[in-house]
Design a protein around this ligand. Sequence first.
Ligand code: PLP
Ligand code: SF4
Length: 352
Amino acid sequence: MQKTVATTPEALVSEGLISPADAGALKHVAERYAIAAPRHMVSLIDRDAVNDPIALQIVPSTAELVTTPDERPDPIGDDTYSPVKGLVHRYPDRVLLKVHSACAVYCRFCFRREMVGPGGDTMDESDITTALNYIREHPDIWEVILTGGDPLVLSPKRIANLLDELDSIEHVQVVRFHTRVPVAVPDRISEELVQVLSGRRTTVYVAVHSNHARELSPDAIEACGRLTSAGIPLVGQTVLLKGINDNAETLETLFRAMVRIRITPYYLHHPDLAPGTGHFRVPIETGQALMKQLRGRVSGLALPTYMLDIPGGYGKVPVGPSYVTESADGLALVEDVNGRTHTYPPQDTDPS
Ligand SMILES: *Cc1c(COP(=O)(O)O)cnc(C)c1O
Ligand code: SF4
């Protein structure tokens, strides 16, 4: 019988995702980075396509063995701002909590690929108590972001315990889950889990990571529907990826599909400088040009903010196209969606 998740090159061979000849070379990738290709995502792969956008995200490649001088194990500098194990406090009002390191799927471009995996660092009960105490002692913390690893891989019971604790900390108003589970293993969004997430004192948000409209399968749509029907707001997170979604039409289709199932696209992430991910990266100018193509053509509801996490722990900033420049005489020049510029405030002469 086939397992529900392929985690080794051999398993990928028996799934028909790689050839036996490739399995040897991919052993070296498997030694370094975790692999998990869950059955549901595998079922979405178009076997006839040469560069299937789902396969490219979950099937390892020998390109991952190539690291460039720019790349670093901790590309966004999580460690710089970690006062206690598993907790990152970079912005005054919110913290990340990395409860455990396992994910339902190991994305080949993952920005935390040196940290995530079945053998990775997991917070034990005493680490969690220490982190909760830190949150309790810092009244500025308004939001707790559970990330990972993937927090929705935890059992509903463990999630319930964690949410009970966070509910008891008065200054915590919002708890956000960053997850790929609704698209990777939609069945895990069970009625039991939905119950655990809903009806809390804190407001629970779920940020769904999805990079291609084909991931939003009927099962994934139903999983998201179970969450939204319970009153849980969903936002979308997408990573801009070369050969997967780096064209305006693919992004437009994805963002429209998200809005239709009540996921508001939140961030389009510029890919981080994680080791062995150079084959997925595009220049920032490419992302800016794509955002420019979408602006005006696509509903504002379907347009996320294009973000860069500045390497070294300096945080995220929007890096989308700018529409405002300054004229030689110090006036603001604003570009419209058709590429014409206008002075602001308007001058007497007709700028058209
Ligand atoms: C990304 C990130 C957040 C969340 O940032 P938002 O802009 O609120 O989505 C919080 N803390 C850290 C350390 C982060 O890297
Ligand atoms: S789900 Fe997120 S943390 Fe896990 S491998 Fe994918 S990108 Fe990395």
